[in-house]
Design a protein around this ligand. Structure first.
Ligand SMILES: [Fe+2]
Ligand SMILES: [Fe+2]
Length: 481
C-alpha cells in the first residue's frame, strides 16, 4: 500500500497497514465505542446531527491531502495518519545522535516516552471539552464550521496518540488510552493534566485567543516531538502539524477580524480615542483595551504549559533523543548541548535577572522563547490592521513573568511591563490587566448567535475568502433541528 493514500475500507481509516496488524486493529476497535460515547457526551453540544462542511484527510501528501464535504460530526472519519517514513532517518540529537532512528520503543526510555505521549494526548480532547458550548453563540456559520473543524481534528489528534499507546505500550498503553477518555476538562476530581486545559473558554474572543496562543503551544510541542528519535512519534507529529496550521489560522484571523470590525466601527462613528470604552461598546463591538486583556490572560496561561524554566525532565528527554528543540534539524551546533549554556530569566532577591544556565536544563525556556517569537509575529500582524485605520493603539505581549502559576515567577506579582507589585497593588490594578467581571458581562451579552448564511455578528468582520473558496453566503453548517 502507498502510505500517501489512506485506506478507508475499515472502521478506522489509516495509512499504517492496520489490516495486517490484527492485535492493534482489535485494540483500537475496542477503544472506538468509548471514543464515540465521549464525543457524544463532550463534543459540540446541540449540533451532532447537523451537516458540517468539513475537510477530511484522504492522503498525507502535503499537496492536496484534504477533501471537503458535508459530514455529521459523529460520522467524521477519524483516522490514523503518519507522514511518510524518511529513508535511513537517524536520531537527530542527544546521546544517541547519529544512530538509526528507533522503530520500536527503546526499553530504557519506555516510561519517559509513554509520559510524553500521554501528556500530548490529554490536551487534544481537553480543548474539545472546553469549546463544546460555543456552537450556540457562533457569530456566523463560517465561524461555527471552523470551530467544528478544529474540534474534529483535535479528536483525530487524540486518535494519533492513542494509536501509539495501543501499538507500542502494551497493557499500560491500553490503560492510558482508557484514562484519556475518563478525565474531563475542569472536573475537580478527574481534571485534565495541564492547567490551561482546565480553564473555561467562555466566549468566542477567548476561543480565537485560545487557538492563537494555546494551539500554538501545541505546534511548538509537536515541532519538538517531530524531531524525536522514536520514528513513529516523529511521523505522527509531522502530519498533525499540517492540521495544526489551520487552528492557528482560525485564531489569528478570528482576532484580526474582531480588531478590524472595532476599528471600522470607530471610524464610521467618528470615535478617535480607543480608550473611550463606553462609546465603543455602544456600537456593539469589542474595544481594543479589552482585546488586550484577553490577550494577556491567554498568553500567560499558555506560558505555564512550557513548565519550569529549569527542568531535569526536559534535559533527560533531550539527552535520550526523545524530544528535541524547535527546528532542531535547522540548528547548527553539536545537538548534544552537554557543555553549552542558555540565558534564562530567573527571580533573584525579588528581581528578574538573566542567568546563563546549562543549556540542557534550560530546554523548556528555550522552547518558550521560540514560542514568544512566533506569537510576537502574529501580534505585529494584528497591529498592522489597527494602523491601517489610523487608530492610536498597539497590542502587546505582556512580560513573560506576568500572571504566572508555574515556574520562577509563580510566587510573585508582576505587571504587564515586568515590574514587581505588592499584593495590595496587584489587587488594586489587576482589573487593568485581566478581564474584569464588567468586561466579561459585556462580552457575554454580545455573544448573540448569527446563523443566517453570509451574515456576521456585529462585533466581527467577514473573512476575506471563504473556506475551500466558497462564496460569502455559503451554508457551511446545515443546522438540524
Ligand atoms: Fe491538536
Ligand atoms: Fe490544535
Amino acid at each position: 500500500m502507498n502510505v500517501m493514500n489512506v485506506d478507508y475500507d475499515g472502521l478506522i481509516p489509516n495509512n499504517v497497514g492496520l489490516n495486517q496488524d490484527m492485535r492493534v486493529k482489535k485494540a483500537l476497535e475496542k477503544w472506538h465505542p468509548g471514543y464515540i460515547n465521549w464525543w457524544h457526551d463532550m463534543g459540540p453540544e446541540g449540533f451532532q446531527q447537523s451537516l458540517v462542511y468539513l475537510r477530511t484527510a484522504v492522503s498525507v501528501d502535503p499537496k492536496g491531502w484534504a477533501k471537503f464535504d458535508y459530514v455529521r460530526m459523529p460520522e467524521y472519519k477519524w483516522g490514523i495518519l503518519l507522514a511518510p517514513q524518511v529513508e535511513d532517518r537517524r536520531v537527530p540529537f542527544g546521546a544517541h545522535r547519529g544512530e538509526k532512528a528507533w522503530q520500536e520503543v527503546p526499553g530504557e526510555y519506555r516510561a519517559m516516552l509513554r509520559r510524553l505521549v500521554v501528556i500530548q494526548g490529554d490536551t487534544e480532547p481537553a480543548s474539545v471539552e472546553q469549546q463544546r458550548h460555543l456552537g450556540k453563540t457562533a457569530p456566523s456559520l463560517y465561524d461555527m464550521r471552523n470551530l467544528f473543524q478544529v474540534n474534529v481534528e483535535e479528536g483525530r489528534h487524540l486518535w494519533a496518540m492513542v494509536y501509539l499507546l495501543q501499538k507500542y505500550f502494551g497493557a499500560d498503553g491500553r490503560e492510558e488510552a482508557e484514562a484519556l477518555l475518563q478525565r474531563r476538562s475542569g472536573d475537580p476530581d478527574t481534571p485534565r493534566m495541564l492547567g490551561a486545559f482546565n480553564e473555561k473558554t467562555p466566549d468566542w474572543l477567548s476561543f480565537f485567543m485560545f487557538t492563537f496562543f494555546t494551539d500554538r503551544d501545541g505546534k511548538m510541542q509537536l515541532e519538538a516531538l517531530a524531531q524525536s528519535g522514536f520514528d513513529p512519534l516523529s511521523r505522527t507529529c509531522r502530519f498533525m502539524l499540517t492540521e495544526e496550521a489551520h487552528h492557528m489560522f482560525v485564531g489569528e484571523t478570528g482576532v484580526g477580524r474582531v480588531i478590524e470590525r472595532t476599528c471600522a466601527a470607530m471610524k464610521e462613528n467618528g470615535i478617535e480615542d480607543p480608550c473611550d470604552i463606553d462609546a465603543i461598546r455602544k456600537l456593539g463591538v469589542i474595544d481594543l483595551p479589552t482585546v488586550q486583556k484577553k490577550l494577556n490572560i491567554h498568553f500567560s496561561l499558555t506560558l505555564d504549559l512550557f513548565g519550569n524554566e529549569i527542568s531535569t525532565n526536559a534535559a533527560n528527554a533531550f539527552h535520550a533523543g526523545l524530544k528535541g528543540r524547535f527546528r532542531e534539524d535547522k540548528l547548527e551546533d553539536d545537538h548534544q548541548l552537554e557543555s553549552s549554556t542558555y540565558p534564562v530569566l530567573r527571580l533573584v532577591d525579588g528581581k528578574i535577572v538573566r542567568d546563563e544556565t546549562a543549556a540542557l536544563s534550560a530546554l523548556n525556556m528555550r522552547l518558550r522563547d521560540d514560542y514568544v517569537t512566533d506569537c510576537a509575529a502574529g501580534v505585529s500582524r494584528w497591529n498592522k490592521i489597527i494602523e491601517k485605520y489610523g487608530v492610536p493603539f498597539q497590542l502587546k505581549l505582556p512580560h513573560v513573568a506576568f500572571h504566572r502559576h508555574i515556574g520562577e515567577f509563580s510566587k510573585i506579582k508582576i505587571d504587564t511591563e515586568g515590574n514587581v507589585l505588592s499584593d495590595a497593588e496587584w489587587e488594586k490594578r489587576k482589573d487593568d490587566f485581566l478581564p474584569s467581571s464588567r468586561d466579561r458581562d459585556f462580552i457575554e451579552n454580545l455573544m448573540q448567535p448569527e446563523f443566517a448564511p453570509g451574515k456576521f455578528a456585529s462585533w466581527i468582520a467577514p473573512p476575506r475568502v471563504g473556506i475551500d473558496n466558497k462564496p460569502g453566503d455559503f451554508e457551511y453548517v446545515k443546522i438540524a433541528e
